[in-house]
Each structure stands twice: as structure tokens, then as C-alpha cells.
Ligand binder design. Structure first.
Ligand code: WT7
Length: 630
């Protein structure tokens, strides 16, 4: 696969991708290994959310990681694994070794009855076996669904039930900073509510005491004993499912975003190579967790498809101290470093001292993902981590897009603080107003849509295609609606402004306000609740909950209990930062909560609340302002 190397080449490729997408994408696809080539590059129907890329071609994505790379890069390191505890030895897995372990585990999956199309849940720590689990599923044609191991038993059960998974891959426990998390206990609790699971494979990591259920649970190391070290890969059609990844929306329960085999393969690797400008001997590190799309596309699939060396880190940025990220960069001489603004802001708060003992000389490119990066954090990151010499790529994309959509190509397209900047070739972003009119030219602001299909566009929301159509393809005819606001500045660069729907972004984690409300409402003393986001120095957005209760408990007791309920129903990441007990919520005459008012109060902005006289209960506004938690 050719990499774009100059600005003029970028413009040339962009133009080709607009004029002749089939030619543009087939040139890229030609460098992959196909079991059978396609009949047609693209068939697309926005109205019905029906996208078929590389129609009727056959492939297996793992052949494109292994068989395609092994002859040239067999001994090259594929994965460097840095454990939670820096005193524990790292693991280096060459492409050959990773191939062997993937095949061995693929055979283990088959021996447990897993076959093409079966859904397998991966609920694991950040260890090489998590990547091996994903690749082994892909090798045998099973559809993986990785669930972030910080989610609660209830959330895990919901996901298992939604996709009727047959198997769970997990560990005894997880190490995270100075904590040990009893993951297997969470799985056991979840499985009480799941009837589709036939077997569980458990990786030994923490060696803590766990329950192993006879006939259902087995140890990873025992499953791979005596398995052959090669394994035929399943023949996958281009559009066969590769994985499901659950993500939050503005309504209802999290939905299973579906990605298919060929398009995702092409797009994740193309964007990895071009955005990060990866060179053959580079060491690349993305700090995400494989439980999120960033981990899928830019720890596992993108880098491995390109034959890159990818670092996987089990721990957290603050353990054993706040220099940990920088120690790892120096330890492995990382060339490309990709993290989230929330991590930058958290480390920024500790000043420059934690950086003093590290040279960070190896860095060539630094990246940002997951939420808007404010200018202050941008400059801090650029000046002190990138030492003013590394291009900073601010990459905008989503679980649904599968790969980076709007971003500078490092060192090639221009950089501008806090701007995602320009679209990648093949991506046609448009700005539309509320009525769906396209706003052309510079200096305009509106909702971000994408006008053309790209290879890794969401294919469906698992089990509910109508929901996919109504969420993404119905707001504006003939376009994909992102849910984000955007501004095109006077130079034509794009700046993402954040969500325009009821989704909030807390530390780069996406959450539906309705989802948090539903969790709060599970407390028996809660009558009603409303959740909004508010600006938070470190997290980007914090969670502010207004709650009506009928309880004998005092305020502190009920607040603590509410926090615990949210932990149990969703997980610690959804805990409200602030809870205000109120006697009522501002409602319109039709009974709709006026969230605009709640957002303003939570943001400490009591001016311009707008006309509140039409409310059903205008008096409650004063009470809410008086009791606001600042
Ligand atoms: C939402 C998608 C994409 C991987 C991680 C998050 C926000 C993402 C940026 C960015 C401003 C960003 C958007 C988007 N977002 N990257 N560079 N600048 N906002 O994936 O959980 O699907 O969340 O994250 O609001 O819609 P996700």
C-alpha cells in the first residue's frame, strides 16, 4: 500500500477519491490478499443504509496480517506488551510468534464448537491474549464483541444477550494501577442472566481465587495444549461481519455497531499508515483500551495489517507514578504516540516535573482522539511532549466510522491548534443547518454529516437495522449524520465542537444521558432524574444529575446510594460527578424536560436562561439555581 508523502499528492488523491471512488479504493485494495476478487467496488443506498464494498470478494483479514506480512516481517516485533507493573518483564511477540499463537487459539475456539458467524464476547485486560482472542475469532469467522472490562455485570449481560453470544473470553482478574479487579466474578454474575453462553475460557493473569464452573469454564492454557500451530482461515465474504462493538446513543440501550470484513480492513490500515506516517522500523503506541474502537482500529487491526510494531499497555498513566507514559515512550523509543485529551489534561495538572527525566527524543508524531482538544492542552502537548517538533494529529472519528475521518496527515497536511483540519481522501464532510441545507464556503457552523460512503461505514446496528437507519441516515437525506457540531474556519479547516445530541463525552467515553438516567432511576427512592454534561477541567465533560427523590435518607446517604447504583448498572465510568436533589424538573407544557436550562445551570451560566415563563412549573427554576452545585 502506497503512503501519501506530499501535500500535492494529498490533494491529487483527494480529488481522485471524489471523482472516481471505485478507482481510488480499488487501487488501495489491490495490495491486499484476496481469496477471490470483487465484482464491484461499491454499491450504496443511503436511504436503506445498505452498503456493499468489494462485493462478492472473499478474504480473511488475518491472512492480510499474517500470510501477507510473514515472508518479509516474520521476525519483526508485532506486539510489545508493557505490563501494569513496570517490574514485570515485557513481552515481545514477533509476527511469526503472534501467528502461531493466533492459530493455536483459533484451533481451541473451533474445538469448543465455535464456527463462522458465532458471536464471542471478549472481556479481558490489556494483555496480548486480548489481541490474540480478536484475531483468532476473525481467523475462524466468529464475530467478536469486545466489552471494556470496566463495565458492570449488568452491562456485560445486556451485551451478551443482545447479540446472543455463545462464548465469553475473560481472565481471572485484571491489574489496573494498584487495584486488582475481580473480572471473573463479574462474568459469573452476568451469566446468571444469560442463557446463550455455552462456554467460558479464562486466562490466568492475577492468579486470584475464582470459581470455575464445571462443563462451562476452562483455562486458556489448558485449551491450547496440544492444539496444532497452524489453522486454515475461514473464507469470509467482504460483507461478512467482522465484529460488533457496543456504543451509547442519545436514546435507549447501547447499540451494537457492526463492521464488516473487507471495508474495515482497507480503511483501518489505510488511515493508520497515512495519518501516522508509519515507517517500517517505527515503534507505534496507542494508549487506548481494546474495549473501544480506538483499540480495535489503532492498536490491533490497523497497525498489524501494515506490519507495524504496536505497543500494548496494561496499566494506567498514573501508576506507579505520573511519569509512566513518558517512561514507556523512552523505554521502547516510541515514534508515534496516540492518546486522549483527558489523559493530557490529567498529566498537565502535574506540571512539567514528571517529564524532566525523560528525553522523549524518539517521538516523531503525536496524536489525539476521543473528544475535542482544547487549545491549552493542545499547546501543552505539542510543546512539552512533542517538543514543538512533532506534528500533532487531532483525529476525529467515531465507533460508527471504523477509522479516522478528519485529521491532518502527520507532517503533510497543515496543523492548527484544536482543529481536526482536513478530511482524509475518500471522505466528503458537509456542514448542514437544522433544515438540512448545506452550508458551503468558509466561516460556517452547523451539524457534521458525511456525504459519501467510505469502506468502514457502519453496516447496521446488530439485530435492529431500522434503528441504524433512523439514528444515522434519516436526519438528512442521502447523508450519514454524525451527531457532532462543527465549524469550518476562515481557512477552510474543520473544528469539531462536540455533540449536538443527548450524548456526553466524559474522559473520552461516550455516554447517553438517558442511559445514566435509567441507571439512577433504578434506585427505589428515585422518582425522576435528568442528566446533563457540564464543562470539566480534566474530563472534558462531567456528569451532572438532577434527581427527585422520596426518601427517609439524608442527602449524603441518598447521593452515595445513587452513585453505587450507577456503578452497578453501568460501571464506574458513568458515576455522576454532581448530584443535586430537586423537588421538580423544568418541563414544557407537553411534559418535556427543558434540558437547555439544566445544562446552563450545570455549566454555572445563570444568565440567558431564555424564556422560562412557558414552563409548566417556572418556580422550580429558581430553586434549581439556588441549589446548584458549583
Ligand atoms: C465521538 C465518538 C473515535 C474514537 C474514540 C471515540 C468525539 C472523537 C474527536 C476529536 C473532537 C472527537 C465526537 C464523536 N470525538 N474524536 N478528535 N475531536 N471530538 O469514539 O466513543 O464512538 O465517540 O467522540 O463527539 O462523535 P466514540
Amino acid at each position: 500500500m502506497q503512503r501519501i508523502k506530499t501535500l500535492s499528492e494529498y490533494f491529487k488523491k483527494y480529488e481522485l477519491s471524489e471523482k472516481d471512488p471505485a478507482k481510488f479504493w480499488s487501487q488501495i485494495a489491490d495490495s491486499f490478499l484476496w481469496k477471490k476478487k470483487w465484482d464491484n467496488v461499491l454499491e450504496s443506498d443511503f436511504e436503506n443504509a445498505d452498503f456493499q464494498w468489494f462485493k462478492n470478494a472473499q478474504l480473511n483479514i488475518t491472512e492480510n496480517i499474517f500470510e501477507r506480512n510473514l515472508s518479509q516481517r516474520g521476525d519483526k516485533t508485532a506486539i510489545i506488551w508493557e505490563p501494569n507493573d513496570p517490574k514485570e518483564s515485557p513481552t515481545y511477540l514477533s509476527y511469526k510468534e503472534l501467528y502461531k499463537q493466533t492459530c493455536t487459539f483459533s484451533n481451541a475456539l473451533r474445538s469448543k464448537g465455535i464456527k463462522k458467524g458465532d458471536r464471542v464476547i471478549i472481556y479481558m485486560p490489556m494483555v496480548p491474549e486480548a489481541a490474540i482472542a480478536m484475531l483468532a475469532c476473525a481467523r475462524v469467522g466468529a464475530v467478536h464483541s469486545v466489552v471494556f472490562a470496566g463495565f458492570s455485570a449488568a452491562s456485560l449481560a445486556d451485551r451478551i444477550n443482545d447479540c446472543e453470544a455463545k462464548m465469553v473470553l475473560t481472565s481471572d482478574g485484571n491489574f489496573r494501577g494498584n487495584k486488582t479487579i475481580p473480572v471473573k466474578d463479574v462474568v459469573d454474575e452476568a451469566l446468571e442472566k444469560c442463557s446463550s453462553i455455552e462456554s467460558v475460557i479464562v486466562l490466568e493473569r492475577t492468579k486470584q481465587n475464582i470459581n470455575m464452573e464445571d462443563g462451562r469454564d476452562s483455562w486458556w492454557h489448558e485449551c491450547i495444549e496440544d492444539q496444532p500451530k497452524t489453522c486454515d482461515s475461514e473464507v469470509m465474504d467482504s460483507e461478512d461481519l467482522l465484529f460488533i462493538l457496543y456504543t451509547s446513543g442519545s436514546t435507549g440501550k447501547p447499540k451494537g455497531v457492526v463492521h464488516s470484513s473487507a471495508g474495515y480492513m482497507i480503511y483501518s490500515s489505510y488511515t493508520f499508515l497515512n495519518v501516522f506516517q508509519y515507517d517500517e522500523d517505527d515503534i507505534y503506541w496507542c494508549t487506548a483500551d481494546v474495549g473501544w474502537i480506538t483499540g480495535h482500529s489503532y492498536i490491533v487491526y490497523g497497525p498489524l495489517l501494515c506490519g507495524a510494531t504496536t505497543v500494548m499497555f496494561e496499566g494506567v498513566p498514573t501508576y506507579p507514578n505520573v511519569s509512566r507514559f513518558w517512561d514507556i515512550v523512552d523505554k521502547y523509543k516510541v515514534n508515534q504516540f496516540y492518546t486522549a485529551p483527558t489523559a493530557i489534561r490529567a498529566l498537565q495538572a502535574h506540571g512539567l516535573e514528571p517529564l524532566e527525566n525523560n528525553s522523549l527524543d524518539s517521538l516523531k508524531v503525536i496524536g489525539s482522539v476521543g473528544e475535542p482538544i482544547n487549545e491549552e492542552a493542545w499547546h501543552w502537548y505539542h510543546d512539552n511532549v512533542g517538543k514543538g517538533k512533532c506534528p500533532l494529529v487531532d483525529t476525529w472519528w467515531q465507533t460508527e466510522t471504523g477509522g479516522i475521518m478528519i485529521s491532518a496527515l502527520a507532517g503533510i497536511t497543515p496543523n492548527k491548534p484544536a482543529h481536526a483540519s482536513l478530511p482524509l481522501p475518500g471522505i466528503i464532510p458537509v456542514i448542514v443547518d437544522a433544515e438540512g441545507n448545506e452550508l458551503n464556503g468558509n466561516n460556517v457552523q452547523g451539524n457534521l454529516c458525511i456525504k459519501s460512503p467510505w469502506p468502514s461505514i457502519i453496516r447496521t446496528t446488530y439485530g435492529d437495522h431500522k434503528r441504524c437507519i433512523s439514528t444515522y441516515f434519516s436526519h438528512y437525506k442521502g447523508m450519514y449524520f454524525t451527531g457532532d457540531g462543527v465549524k469550518r474556519d476562515h481557512d477552510g479547516y474543520l473544528r469539531i465542537l462536540g455533540r449536538v445530541d443527548d450524548v456526553i463525552n466524559v474522559s473520552g467515553h461516550r455516554m447517553g444521558t438517558a442511559e445514566v438516567e435509567n441507571a439512577i432511576n433504578e434506585h427505589e427512592d428515585v422518582i425522576e432524574s435528568a442528566v446533563v454534561g457540564y464543562p470539566h477541567d480534566i474530563k472534558g465533560e462531567g456528569i451532572y444529575a438532577y434527581v427527585i427523590v422520596s426518601t427517609k435518607l439524608n442527602d449524603d446517604e441518598i447521593k452515595n446510594q445513587i452513585i453505587n447504583v450507577v456503578r452497578k448498572v453501568i460501571g464506574p465510568i458513568a458515576k455522576p460527578d454532581k448530584i443535586q436533589i430537586v423537588s421538580g424538573l423544568p418541563k414544557t407544557r407537553s411534559g418535556k424536560i427543558m434540558r437547555r436550562i439544566l445544562r446552563k445551570v450545570a455549566s454555572n451560566d445563570f444568565q440567558n436562561l431564555g424564556d422560562t415563563s412557558t414552563l409548566l412549573n417556572p418556580d422550580v427554576v429558581k430553586e434549581i439555581i439556588d441549589g446548584a452545585i458549583i
